[in-house]
Write a protein that binds this ligand. Sequence first.
Ligand code: 5GP
Ligand code: ZN
Length: 114
Amino acid sequence: MEDCLFCKIIKGEIPCSKVYEDEEFLAFNDINPKAPIHILVIPKKHIESLAHLKEDDEKLMGKIYGVINKIAQEKGFKQDGYRLIVNCGKNGGQEVMHLHFHILAGKPLGEKII
Ligand code: 5GP
Ligand code: ZN
């Protein structure tokens, strides 16, 4: 996807502060962190949002939780915990239309919506 910001990050056309990478996923620090640790985990495959997932993507989406767990372990916040957020579409407040999971950690995260 030529105009997709996160695809450009995957291709190395835009720099990022990389946290984790394998064949299928990339994780990097959010440019505008909302917590001491704010990591974005994305599939390398361009999927616009959760609403755009196809049946074929089920396996990939199953794996993303393993990646998140691995990052939590490696970065040392697994024990204290974290919050996972996925904004989907207009009402979800999604701004970058490439599926991404926000990991927030590093302090008690305060008010919960839910
Ligand atoms: P959304 O609102 O779509 O769920 O989240 C998009 C996130 O991408 C925001 O938290 C924003 O700070 C982050 N972001 C936007 N542009 C860049 C960028 O160029 N680099 C990085 N690392 N994060 C970005
Ligand atoms: Zn993309």
